[in-house]
Design a protein around this ligand. Structure first.
Ligand SMILES: Cc1cc2nc3c(=O)[nH]c(=O)nc-3n(C[C@H](O)[C@H](O)[C@H](O)COP(=O)(O)O)c2cc1C
Length: 167
């Protein structure tokens, strides 16, 4: 099983999550950063996991474009979708649903939000100001749920076995 994890990141949190997921999944996993790497060839992979982070309510444009221009191909794959964000609960779930096309959300084997991080060292002046004003956070903080990343990876690895219903 060949897996592609394709992601976009502003300050590295989604990259870190993607790398951890690669370790959890094991096997033949390719990581592609949509900003730096050349576009992946989907037909080379059985399984595709897409991730991005939320800024001002939106996932990166690159992730949206990747999804819309590969919609038909992605529907044929074993698919996983995730976001990295600081909101929790219902708001995080809404951001997840807003980030990906409905068709992909419906056909995905696993979807999740994993929390995120505020990394002041990597933010520009404007971002720092927004985070201080809107989130009332003044220093770097991380609340990535790596257990959720592990569970997501396990869900992606689960094999559907119809005979289990007979047991
Ligand atoms: C300027 C700015 C705006 C943000 N807006 C949101 C937001 O609307 N909703 C949210 O849940 N998180 C928001 N976040 C938190 C990011 O999603 C979080 O920092 C995430 O870990 C970033 O991941 P990345 O480093 O992979 O880009 C924002 C962060 C910054 C710096």
């Amino acid at each position: 099983m060949k897996t592609l994890i394709v992601y976009a990141t502003q300050h590295g949190c989604t990259k870190k999550i993607s790398e951890q997921m690669k370790d959890y999944l094991g096997g033949d996993v390719t990581l592609v950063n949509l900003r730096n790497d050349s576009a992946p060839i989907l037909k080379n992979y059985d399984r595709v996991i897409i991730g991005g982070s939320i800024h001002a309510g939106q996932i990166q444009k690159r992730v949206k474009e990747f999804c819309s221009s590969n919609l038909a191909g992605l529907m044929q794959k074993e698919l996983g979708l995730f976001i990295c964000c600081m909101e929790e609960g219902e708001t995080a779930q809404k951001q997840l649903e807003n980030a990906y096309p409905e068709e992909l959300l419906l056909s995905a084997k696993a979807t999740a939000y994993f929390g995120g991080a505020f990394d002041f060292g990597r933010m520009n002046f404007l971002e720092r100001m927004i985070v201080k004003k809107v989130a009332h956070v003044k220093q770097s903080t991380s609340k990535v749920d790596f257990e959720a990343v592990h569970n997501f990876s396990k869900r992606m690895d689960r094999i559907f076995n119809p005979f289990l219903f007979l047991a």
